[in-house]
Design a protein around this ligand. Structure first.
Ligand SMILES: C[S@@+](CC[C@H](N)C(=O)[O-])C[C@H]1O[C@@H](n2cnc3c(N)ncnc32)[C@H](O)[C@@H]1O
Length: 178
C-alpha cells in the first residue's frame, strides 16, 4: 500500500496463517483473500452482515465461523489467536481502547494485529476539516469517524506499531504487544 490501494485486502490477510480472528468482518470481503489460514473466526455486530459473511465464506474456500458480537466484548478465551485482523473497523467501534484491550486479551503473547484503517489526515487543515465534518458524517455512515488518530491511540495503549504503507488517509499497520 506504499503507493496504491489496489490489492490491499490480499496484502492484509494473504500471508496470515495460524489461528485468526477478524473483527467487524462485514459482508466478508476479506475472506476470499486468506490463502494460508485454515480457520478464521470472525465477529460482526450486524446479524444481516454476519449472515452475508457466512455465505461469502462458503464460496471462499476458507473455513470461517462468524459470531454476532462487538470488538469491545470478544466471546473468546484469553490467548486464543495468533493474529487479529481489522479492516475499516476502528473508525466505527464505539470504544477503541476497550476494543484494543479485548484484542490484547485474546492474542497470544507473540501475536500480531493487522489493520487497514482510515485515520485522521496528517495535514493540519484536513484534520480540522475531518473533525468538523465527523459529527454529521458519523450520523449517516454508521458511526464512522474521519478524525480518529488510531495509530497514536495504539501507541498510547502500549502497542509496538509498524506502518507498512500509507495511501492518503488509509494506513496499513502491523502491531504487536510491546
Ligand atoms: C466499513 S465496514 C468494514 C467491513 C469489513 N471489515 C471490510 O473490510 O469490508 C465497518 C464494519 O465495522 C463493523 N463494526 C462497527 N462497530 C463495531 C464494533 N464495535 N465491533 C465490531 N465491529 C464493528 C460494522 O458492523 C461494519 O461491518
Amino acid at each position: 500500500m506504499a503507493c496504491q490501494l489496489y490489492g490491499w485486502r490480499d496484502r492484509l490477510v494473504g500471508e496470515i496463517g495460524g489461528a485468526v480472528l477478524e473483527i467487524g468482518v462485514g459482508s466478508g470481503a476479506n475472506l476470499p483473500h486468506y490463502r494460508h489460514a485454515t480457520t478464521v473466526w470472525a465477529i460482526e455486530p450486524d446479524p444481516q452482515l454476519a449472515a452475508r459473511a457466512r455465505r461469502a465464506a462458503d464460496g471462499a474456500g476458507v473455513r470461517a465461523h462468524v459470531k454476532v458480537a462487538v470488538a469491545e466484548a470478544l466471546p473468546f478465551a484469553a490467548g486464543t489467536f495468533d493474529h487479529v485482523v481489522s479492516s475499516l473497523v476502528f473508525c466505527s467501534v464505539t470504544d477503541q481502547n476497550l476494543a484494543l484491550g479485548e484484542i490484547r486479551r485474546v492474542l497470544r503473547p507473540a501475536g500480531l494485529l493487522h489493520m487497514v484503517e482510515h485515520v485522521r489526515p496528517q495535514a493540519r487543515a484536513l484534520a480540522s476539516l475531518a473533525h468538523r465534518v465527523t459529527p454529521y458524517w458519523s450520523q449517516i455512515a454508521h458511526n464512522c469517524h474521519l478524525d480518529r488518530p488510531t495509530v497514536e491511540t495504539l501507541r498510547a495503549a502500549g502497542w509496538d506499531v509498524r506502518i507498512l504503507g500509507r495511501f492518503g488517509v488509509f494506513v496499513q499497520i502491523e502491531a504487536r504487544l510491546a
